[in-house]
Design a protein around this ligand. Structure first.
Ligand SMILES: NC(=O)C1=CN([C@@H]2O[C@H](COP(=O)(O)OP(=O)(O)OC[C@H]3O[C@@H](n4cnc5c(N)ncnc54)[C@H](O)[C@@H]3O)[C@@H](O)[C@H]2O)C=CC1
Ligand SMILES: O=C(O)/C=C/C=C(\O)C(=O)O
Length: 486
């Protein structure tokens, strides 16, 4: 039985209170271990350690030294690949085939990418003319922001946590991570990797627990935290934003989405089907970039729905280690309850259930797990709750459209604005439509194709700020201007 402790100042520590909660595997609801729940004392110890580490050896590291160290961390994740893979798949239930291609490699790549990007980024400089004719030179200098609180979700635990820890450390900050209560394992394991690589104590800290009145709240309201970066639900983002307002702490937020997929009749149908299948059903639909609303030009609507149904019928549900499985359970029974309630609501709202819509019979071994059927609906009205609210499950609604103008209006008819996918072989149309979509990200003829140098984040209620490449610099550093009179 595993015991997940906090990682504070380079050491694994138990909660003073002795309070723990269970970590269960969503594949069969088996008990994986017990997680220590941080109280204010543990959160304070982690933040104090992070604050002190800024003044210790870490504060004297050059950018080049940080680059070497972060590359070492990435290499060590790759060397311990199987341990990370195993831990991630037990916590989330996702297939090895997915985690071994996306979660764990990206967990390592996040350290390498930001170490390289930031090591090679120039600072700005302006020459100023002055009345005495001698002039002045302005030089921008970036310094670390300080202690960064990283509050991360359960859907891509290692990937989304390192996506923030990588740039934070590359910029010279220290971090306190609060991973999701559902998925403590890979973040805890990363503490050991940090020690192995010689990251000074206090630079990377982990506290476990829940959100409100627990570790998440204690961390986001701690006065020594200098900035908070968060991925998760929009309403949680609002709560964290309120906490951050005390002391005017900076925030970066990547929140929910209700992303449209737009399929024109001139698309490459095979690619559009394959991409839309992935965008709706990969990771059991638990990707913030996923497509829950699919709009298909009327002339190909019937064939598109038919082909998507065939695709769903071929998905292979199974245990993570089953090499043929490409579809796992939801992350928890609690989340299944939420997703299933939307399945029931869809029927009440008048949907035609094209396929799925229920809880599968997985047999005695797996029936206690958080399994749910991949589902496709048609026929819902545009104001149905199922069309407007983020479900975060393996489901999508497919609706026909007639004109480009109409589909752009439909795509934008949402409070969210994270991502969109447009499928067309007409490049001019693809770009024209992409330019009019109100979201932070648009893919044309692809989905979740990531270049870590690019800006990543959401418009409207999908987030605040951009991370990725040099864009995170605004959040992870303080830009100081030094003016030198000549
Ligand atoms: N990547 C994304 O966009 C994600 C979206 N979601 C959405 O959110 C829904 C709920 O899932 P949850 O795990 O409950 O998401 P959540 O937004 O509540 O949790 C994300 C993280 O925030 C923490 N948190 C929660 N309340 C907090 C508070 N008051 N102060 C500080 N930290 C807090 C959680 O402990 C977790 O580490 C899902 O059904 C899905 O719709 C969930 C996970 C990821
Ligand atoms: O590629 C990334 O950096 C992130 C991908 C997915 C999410 O942000 C998410 O599902 O929350």
């Amino acid at each position: 039985m595993k015991e997940y402790k906090h990682f504070i100042n380079g050491k694994y520590v138990a909660s003073e209170s002795g309070k723990t909660f269970e970590n269960r595997c969503p594949v069969d609801n088996s008990l994986l271990g017990n997680i220590h729940e941080a109280g204010e004392a543990e959160v304070d110890a982690a933040v104090q350690a992070a604050k002190a580490a800024l003044k210790g050896p870490w504060g004297k590291f050059t950018q080049a030294e940080r680059t070497v160290l972060l590359n070492k961390v990435a290499d060590r994740i790759n060397e311990r690949f199987d341990e990370f893979l195993h831990a991630e798949c037990l916590d989330t239930g996702k297939p090895h085939s997915m985690a071994s291609h996306i979660d764990i490699p990206r967990g390592a790549a996040n350290f390498k990418a930001f170490a390289e990007t930031l090591a090679n980024h120039p600072t700005e400089s302006f020459r100023l003319d002055t009345p005495d004719g001698k002039g002045a030179v302005n030089v921008g200098q970036r310094t670390p922001k300080g202690v960064i609180a990283v509050i991360s979700p359960w859907n891509l635990p290692l990937l989304l946590m390192t996506w923030k820890v990588g740039p934070a450390m590359a910029c010279g900050n220290t971090v306190v991570v609060k991973p999701s209560e559902e998925t403590p394992a890979t973040t805890t394991l990363l503490g050991d990797v940090m020690n192995e690589c010689g990251v000074p104590p206090g630079v990377f800290n982990v506290v476990h627990g829940f959100g409100g009145n627990s570790a998440g709240q204690f961390l986001s309201s701690h006065p020594l935290v200098d900035a908070i970066t968060f991925t998760g639900e929009t309403s949680t983002g609002e709560t964290i934003m309120k906490a951050a307002s005390f002391g005017l702490r900076n925030i970066s937020m990547e929140c929910g989405g209700k992303n449209p997929g737009i399929v024109f009749a001139d698309c490459d149908l095979e690619k559009a089907i394959e991409g839309t299948m992935r965008s709706a059903f990969d990771n059991c639909g638990q990707v913030c970039l996923g497509t829950e609303r699919v709009y298909v030009e009327r002339s190909i609507f019937d064939i598109f729905v038919k082909r998507m149904k065939e695709g769903v019928a071929q998905l292979k549900l199974g245990r993570p280690e089953d090499i043929e499985a490409n579809f796992g359970p939801l992350v928890s029974l609690k989340h299944r309850e939420k997703v299933h309630s939307y399945y029931q609501l869809a029927v009440k709202e008048g949907a035609t259930v094209e396929i799925g819509g229920g809880i599968p019979d997985m047999g005695e071994d797996l029936n206690d797990g958080a399994w749910i059927e991949p589902t496709i609906w048609t026929g819902l009205a545009d104001d149905a709750r199922v069309i407007r609210e983020e479900i975060f499950g393996p489901c999508c609604h497919i609706r026909p459209f007639d004109t480009e103008e109409e589909v752009i209006a439909l795509a934008n008819d949402t409070n969210y604005g994270l991502a969109a996918a447009v499928w067309t072989e007409n490049s001019a149309r693809g770009i024209r439509v992409a330019e009019q979509i109100e979201s932070g990200l648009v893919w044309i003829n692809s989905w979740f194709l990531r270049d870590l140098r690019t800006a990543f984040g959401g418009a409207k209620q999908s987030g605040i700020g951009r991370e990725g490449g040099v864009h995170g610099l605004e959040f992870y550093t303080e830009l100081k201007n030094i003016c030198i009179k000549l």
